[in-house]
Ligand binder design. Sequence first.
Ligand code: CMX
Ligand code: CO
Length: 146
Amino acid sequence: MLTRIDHIGIACRDLDKTVEFYRATYGFEVFHSEVNEEQGVREAMLRINGTDDGGASYLQLLEPTRPDSTVAKWLEKNGEGVHHIAFGTADVDGDAEAIRGKGVRVLYDQPRIGSMGSRITFLHPKDCGGVLTELVTSAQPTEREG
Ligand code: CMX
Ligand code: CO
């Protein structure tokens, strides 16, 4: 069951500058940052609020690490902006299979590793009304997000 907005993914060309915009404008601080080479991104997670399933909602600021990455290609075409939304679930495997059964393309056969050791998969934007949609199961939610 999808129980929260886990994050909104925002593509940018300059992560440090974008982090500074969110800090100076809204007072949001970096909760976690990392490079995910498989996804081709350097990212910062800004924790916005806790959620009643024990998790949290974040903004995920994404800068491409290489020109052939999905985010780099998206930036070339669209410029900076909202890239995807992500729903949180305790069971990404089960929810992805259920959604696949409804005829929506799930991009990965098995979930991959996302931010903070989470397990993630994506639904094709062409099957979701133009919205690239991610499903996320956090790692150790109580320890990290409690
Ligand atoms: N949102 C909405 N539509 C999108 C999109 C996005 N983020 N990315 C691509 N599209 C649309 C394109 O506009 C295009 O539509 P048209 O054919 O009408 O022009 C169509 O999808 C195909 O786009 P493309 O530019 O040819 O891109 P690809 O097919 O090569 O890749 C996708 C699209 C979804 C398969 C790819 O972006 C992907 O695998 N995404 C999942 C991984 C990812 O996004 N990782 C980065 C974030 C990591 C994280 O969140 O942790
Ligand atoms: Co994401």
